[in-house]
Design a protein around this ligand. Structure first.
Ligand SMILES: *[C@@H]1O[C@H](CO)[C@@H](O)[C@H](O)[C@H]1NC(C)=O
Ligand SMILES: CC(=O)N[C@H]1CO[C@H](CO)[C@@H](O)[C@@H]1O
Length: 406
């Protein structure tokens, strides 16, 4: 960043910010006059969830003192989403779309979702999706119920379907809660988690929430000052841990994570709650780029996840462009098999090639390249005793971080 510009920005900004904060405080005292009429907007498909999950979530939020809009009774008349519904969405601080099995069957839900994603992009409204008993893959790739519903809509609303598809893809790009995974599928726990998160989000005060904020941000000095500070505030992780959920999330990766944290190392872990409502891919790549060390845990099913492969490719790129360290752990896999593409990996890449023909070659190259890096083969360390391996990794990471400081 241009230093002079930042300094100039800093010199000019504080009075404005101060002014804004005062304005905000004043507005807060008259809360009802704030443009935020609602704290939370729930968007859902009635028949799927109204009497169960949504009901429980709604009553729990209200019990916690949150002002919630539920479009239950305000079903729109005519073909457009009613202006009062639009106003409600725009006036909310947080929108929680509950994407359920039949969500895409309702054109109202889809129109609402388009609106929600627009508001997210243009007005920075927080969107915390709940994926309720659905597979993200079906939504993104247009298969299963979602594809069926969209094909039906195509006959009646051909002009709108492309936009609906885009909104669906976008919402799955955001970090949200997946009901089957969160709290092991316990919905009461999920509701507790959502309410807790909403409350903490509502508590944060910041200039972002000022009605003046968009005006302030139109000034480029303020904007660059603001982004500079955001960057500084973001506590960069030192280590990025990449792993395949189904293989090691509850075992080796969790154990390594705990030990790294115990050694006072800042680790980025996929489950990080700070990601909620953010576009995951962008955030992940950004985090890798700002890390000092990346640790990919290459396990048997690693290649079946395109997320894992994207992360790996990004790591290799960061090594090339800025010498970032990569410490691979070959978890019950053999680097030789990786280098020579044994059938178990080959199958995955062949599948990816169908869906992601442009990216797949790059992933493959990165995967083979990592096989030749110096790393640890889990089965060769202390007869496969994983605690020993963890000790070695933590030791090496600490050493590298210490060296990089001096
Ligand atoms: C990455 O890059 C740096 C410097 O360019 C190099 O020293 C390091 O060993 C590379 N490889 C790995 C696996 O970290
Ligand atoms: C959870 C999961 O996808 N496991 C698979 C990992 O890979 C082996 C064989 O390569 C499969 O048998 C598992 O089903």
């Amino acid at each position: 960043m241009n230093k002079r510009r930042v300094l100039y920005g800093l010199a000019t900004v504080p009075p404005l910010v101060l002014l804004s904060v005062c304005a905000y405080k004043a507005l807060q005292r008259k809360r009802h006059s704030l443009p935020w009429n609602y704290d939370v907007y729930l968007s859902f498909r009635g028949p799927d969830t109204r009497s169960c999950f949504v009901d429980f979530l709604y009553t729990s939020l209200v019990a916690a003192g949150v002002h919630v809009f539920r479009d239950n009774d305000a079903l729109p008349v005519g073909e457009e989403i009613g202006p009062e519904l639009l106003r409600a969405i725009r006036s909310c601080r947080i929108v929680i779309p509950i994407i359920s099995e039949q969500y895409a069957q309702s054109k109202w839900c889809l129109r609402e979702l388009v609106e929600i994603m627009d508001c997210h992009k243009e007005h920075g409204i927080s969107v915390f999706p709940v994926f309720y008993k659905v597979e993200l893959y079906d939504i993104r790739s247009g298969s299963g119920n979602f594809e069926e519903a969209l094909s039906k809509h195509m006959r009646v609303w051909p002009d709108e379907v492309a936009g609906w598809r885009k909104a669906l893809t976008m919402v799955t790009g955001l970090k949200g809660w997946i009901s089957q995974i969160t709290a092991n599928g316990n919905e009461a726990e999920l509701v507790k988690i959502v309410v807790g998160r909403v409350l903490s989000e509502l508590k944060t005060t910041g200039i972002e929430r000022l009605p003046l904020f968009p005006i302030l941000m139109s000034n480029h000095h303020i904007r660059s000052w603001y982004h500079h500070h955001l960057e500084k505030r973001r506590l960069h992780s030192q280590v990025f841990l990449a792993f395949r959920r189904c293989d090691t999330r509850d075992s080796f990766a969790a154990y390594l994570h705990i030990k790294l944290v115990a050694a006072k190392i800042r680790v980025f872990y996929d489950d990080d709650t700070s990601l909620l409502g953010k576009f995951i891919l962008e955030e992940l790549m950004n985090t890798i780029e700002h890390s000092k060390i990346s640790i990919p845990i290459i396990s048997q099913n690693f290649t079946s996840s395109r997320w894992c492969l994207r992360e790996l490719e990004c790591m290799v790129k960061c090594n090339k462009t800025k010498g970032q360290k990569i410490l691979p752990i070959f978890y019950k896999v053999n680097p030789w098999d990786m280098k020579h593409m044994s059938p178990c990996f080959e199958v995955d890449f062949r599948k990816h090639k169908e869906n992601y023909p442009n990216e797949c070659e790059g992933w493959k190259r990165a995967f083979k390249e990592v096989a030749s890096f110096k790393g640890w083969e889990s089965e060769k360390i202390a007869n496969g005793h994983e605690s020993e391996l963890v000790k070695l990794v933590v030791g090496e990471v600490s050493r590298l971080l210490k060296n990089s400081q001096t």
